[in-house]
Design a protein around this ligand. Structure first.
Ligand code: 5RP
Length: 217
């Protein structure tokens, strides 16, 4: 079974959490693209979607699903998104697709956050995947030095500009034993827009697809 098959299986399994007629929160990435493809089949007709990136918005619109403004919609029932890593406590690293800020906003506004991924994303300790941090461009150097003091090795994701017009630093070399504390510490650095640690508000459900089938926790 390829990684893509696991992603597709997880995306299909997440349909169980989608209700007809609701406004669904939709994340970003290849796993979410499988979800959008499933929604495009219109077996479950949602009223619309709140999207975490311009890329997902385009795909949703192409599938005939109206994309709505979170400000108009208010809180939503369910948000479905992928992850770069998850630990057994459903704390995540996200932002490999540079959409972490809008992802965090929708996760915060959602009553239920369902994470879908292939089972290679499950780790005991977060941090093997470099931790993405979105920064205000003029603060990039300052934030990088502060991240080094926290024990990381930040690398500028050159040529990437987020949908919000900001830069991304990928922080290598972290072994994240206390994700909530690190999330709070990085949030305190002036110039940081968002850190891709989803620990204070973890996923409520994680669905992993792999050779052994679907695992939900
Ligand atoms: C985008 C993300 C994605 O959810 C994450 O990168 C996983 O992507 P994929 O589903 O392609 O493996 O956080 O910012």
């Amino acid at each position: 079974m390829s990684q893509n098959t696991g992603k597709q299986a997880a995306a299909r399994a997440a349909l169980e959490f989608v209700k007809a007629g609701e406004v669904l929160g939709v994340g970003t990435g290849s796993t979410v693209n499988f979800l959008i493809d499933e929604l495009a089949d219109r077996k479950i007709k949602v009223a619309g979607a709140v999207s975490s990136s311009e890329g997902s918005s385009e795909r949703l619109k192409a599938a005939g699903i109206p994309v709505l403004d979170l400000n108009e919609v208010g809180d939503i029932e369910t948000y479905i998104d992928g992850a770069d890593e998850t630990n057994p406590r459903r704390q995540l690293i996200k932002g490999g697709g540079a959409a972490l800020t809008r992802e965090k906003i929708i996760a915060a506004a959602a009553h239920r956050f369902v994470c879908i991924a292939d089972d290679t994303k499950l780790v005991d300790t977060l941090g093997a995947f470099p931790l993405p941090v979105e920064v205000i461009p003029m603060g990039r150097g300052y934030v990088a030095r502060a991240l080094m003091r926290l024990g990381g090795r930040p690398v500028w994701r050159e040529k990437v500009v987020t949908d919000n017009g900001n830069h991304i630093l990928d922080v290598h070399g972290l072994r994240i034993v206390d994700p909530v504390s690190l999330e709070m510490a990085i949030n305190q650095i002036t110039g940081v827009v968002t850190v891709g640690l989803f620990a204070a508000r973890p996923a409520d459900v994680v669905i992993l697809g792999g050779p052994g089938g679907i695992k939900t926790f």
